[in-house]
Design a protein around this ligand. Structure first.
Ligand SMILES: *[C@@H]1O[C@H](CO)[C@@H](O)[C@H](O)[C@H]1NC(C)=O
Ligand SMILES: *[C@@H]1O[C@H](CO)[C@@H](O)[C@H](O)[C@H]1NC(C)=O
Ligand SMILES: *[C@@H]1O[C@H](CO)[C@@H](O)[C@H](O)[C@H]1NC(C)=O
Ligand SMILES: *[C@@H]1O[C@H](CO)[C@@H](O)[C@H](O)[C@H]1NC(C)=O
Length: 614
């Protein structure tokens, strides 16, 4: 990256005036400004020829109605419970107004953009446009930003629109979203027999002690702890599960095969046969081992391998699908933008919303600080997740690995120029239309996953890890949390007041194991930790509950939270105590009942099935 400083001085100096937009019915004004997160620094003007896949979110006419349907079909006490909507019914509710769509067409065409395509409901218009043209269209100036970790994105902190489009367009990306959808996995640790973390007490229950080894937690341990051991699937082929890969992560079939051979031998062949769906040039699941360049580079695919091993190991013989989303149009790295900078989240959700037949459980282990995402964009992506829920799909997201935002208070500040102390919620964990999964560790009892930075058993340094926890600043508390989360907040009696939004959506909803998963990767047996591990584990258990329901002629569970908060919380082992300290505080107390560290706790599969069949 030697060229960068040179480029910076030349290009920035050469650029003086912002290009003027061409034509519009009404004058331009700033539609939205979002602060640049402190982890991102502008390094140069964006090259004019760099191509953007721009997604324009139009106001959905009847989203309130869609939300009402979502809650009715997801609440077990409602007569419509389980009567999920079809793709057509959802699209009818979220389409934009004809007039709005016409005005957006007119604006694009008069500005020389005559090629576009749409999401299935036409609530998103996609255009492929150079930075130079985007700067004119949005009366703005794009820059190349570099993250503290070295990666790059092309963004602009603010953008404008003709004022007559203000109430028609909700959001346009990529503009000011600095979200990076990073995998929520913490470091990989070389497995070493006999090692235990400091302070660990082994279980006294012999059944658990026999199969649960804290230094390398296996499928057999999960199955024993959560009661899935010996469950015989009855609707094979009908309940399906999927997971998401972004950022060039791709499942490595030979590693997955070796893992399954060790821990679930009958499932091993599935490593070669599970379906790989590539979206926007995402990489296909790989039949060959990691190459040395992959294993020592950035695209190491640990997350994708972890998701695949957990899900195939827990749910075989269920059909499983790996979604790999790349950027589009095809990305050609150059000096100025060596990494793909398009928005993969929306690309993925619009792709799946366009399909009639989808896996009914989807696990997603990628997220970022909520404050890196503009509110308008977060709202729209979250609403897309509501559409999946209305169609009967359970979307589970990991809660993040940094507790309330990090170990000490050095990271826990607002981004708004005021730099005030705050906890940092994560997105999409904070979206009320997903089920957010935290992580636990140890067995008797399970505790919130928590690890001080230090040296692992393999002599490598590992970072701070605490199960992601918090309250959204963007999303109000959903009604299904009433009587639960408000009670918890009241019990705090002012603790941490001002550091979090006491009226926001609290998360996680539930938890599962998330420390030192047995892991086969790069030809080696090792372990890996994170809410990236707990999310596919919890997703797998939900998919097994779907199997039990489908076998009895019932629908799939769909959006889980109204069911969990009203009834199914009884089918979770409550986690009480343990450490959740983060942001330089002791964290939120981990109490009896729901708490924002472990939610309602960890699953008891036989009870979940019993409640689900009631
Ligand atoms: C030990 O754990 C197993 C598996 O969770 C459970 O079925 C059993 O009841 C436990 N035994 C005792 C004595 O608690
Ligand atoms: C992956 O395996 C290769 C071959 O054993 C080894 O040289 C390399 O260091 C490993 N990469 C990592 C990141 O562990
Ligand atoms: C924010 O405030 C903290 C504490 O005063 C300080 O350490 C940090 O450098 C500040 N950060 C910025 C970006 O101003
Ligand atoms: C949690 O961990 C921190 C950091 O090691 C420690 O200072 C604190 O005493 C611990 N709290 C509890 C309740 O274990």
């Amino acid at each position: 990256m030697v060229g960068f400083s040179l480029l910076l001085s030349v290009v920035v100096a050469a650029h003086v005036a912002v290009a003027t937009p061409l034509k519009a019915r009404t004058p331009y004004a700033v539609k939205e400004a979002h602060p640049i997160p402190r982890t991102w620094k502008p390094v140069s003007r964006a090259p004019g020829a760099h191509m953007l896949h721009m997604q324009i979110g139009l106001k959905q006419e009847r989203f309130d109605e869609l939300e009402r349907h979502l809650y009715e079909v997801s609440h077990p006490d409602h007569v419509r419970y389980g009567q999920h909507l079809s793709q057509e019914e959802v699209n009818e509710l979220i389409k934009p107004s004809e007039e709005g769509l016409d005005l957006v067409h007119e604006w694009l065409i008069t500005n020389g953009v005559d090629k576009f395509d749409y999401s299935p409901a036409k609530d998103w218009v996609n255009i492929y446009i150079s930075v130079e043209d985007a700067e004119r269209l949005l009366d703005t100036e794009y820059s190349v930003f570099q993250h503290d970790d070295g990666s790059y994105m092309v963004r602009t902190p603010e953008w404008s629109l003709p004022t007559h489009l203000f109430d028609i367009v909700d959001t346009i990306q990529p503009t000011n979203s600095f979200m990076r959808a990073a995998p929520q996995k913490t470091d990989w640790i070389q497995f070493e027999e006999g090692w235990t973390p400091p302070g660990y007490k082994p279980p006294t229950n012999e059944t658990i002690a026999k199969v649960c080894n804290i230094a390398s937690v296996t499928l057999e341990c999960f199955n024993t702890l959560y009661g899935t051991l010996g469950y015989k699937q009855k609707a094979v082929g009908r309940a399906k599960i999927a997971w998401n890969n972004y950022l060039n992560q791709t499942p490595i079939r030979p590693d997955i095969y070796e893992f399954l051979k060790l821990y679930n031998k009958p499932a091993a062949q599935h490593a070669w046969t599970f379906e790989s769906v590539e979206i926007a040039n995402g990489p296909a699941a790989q039949y060959t081992p990691l190459t040395p360049a992959q294993a020592n580079g950035d695209d190491i695919s640990e997350e994708a391998v972890l998701d695949a091993e957990t899900i195939l190991g827990m749910t075989w013989p269920q059909p499983a699908v790996s979604f790999s989303t790349g950027g589009s149009p095809p990305f050609t790295p150059d000096l100025n933008t060596p990494t793909d900078t398009n928005e993969p989240y929306l690309t993925w959700v619009n792709y799946v919303l366009g399909k009639k037949d989808l896996p009914q459980v989807i696990s997603s282990s990628y997220g970022d600080d909520e404050q890196t995402v503009p509110n308008s964009y977060a709202q729209r992506v979250c609403r897309s997740f509501a559409q999946l829920g209305a169609r009967g799909i359970s979307l589970l997201c990991s809660s993040g690995d940094g507790g309330l935002g990090g170990q000490d208070d050095s990271a826990c500040f607002t981004n708004d120029g005021k730099n005030t102390s705050t906890f940092l919620p994560a997105f999409p964990a904070s979206c009320p239309y997903v089920t957010t999964v935290g992580a636990t560790m140890a067995f008797e009892p399970e505790l919130p996953a928590y690890r001080e930075p230090g040296i692992g058993p393999d002599g490598r340094n590992h970072g701070f890890y605490a199960s992601g926890s918090g309250f959204s600043y963007y999303f109000d508390r959903p009604w299904y949390q009433n009587g639960v989360v408000d009670k918890y907040v009241a019990s705090l009696d002012g603790l941490h007041e001002g550091l979090y939004n006491c009226e926001g959506r609290g998360y996680p909803d539930v938890s599962a194991q998330g420390l030192y998963f047995a892991f086969f990767w790069n030809g080696t047996l090792s372990t890996i930790s994170g809410t990236s591990a707990s999310c596919p584990l919890m997703s797998s258990i939900i998919s097994l509950v779907n199997d039990a329901r489908l076998a009895k002629g019932k629908s799939t569970l769909g959006f889980l939270n109204p069911w969990i908060y009203s009834q199914a919380h009884k089918a979770f082992t409550d986690i009480v105590g343990g450490n959740s300290s983060s942001c330089g505080t002791d964290g939120f107390p981990v109490t009896a009942g729901w708490d924002p560290s472990t939610g309602f706790g960890t699953p008891i599969f036989p009870k979940l099935v019993e409640l689900a069949l009631k």
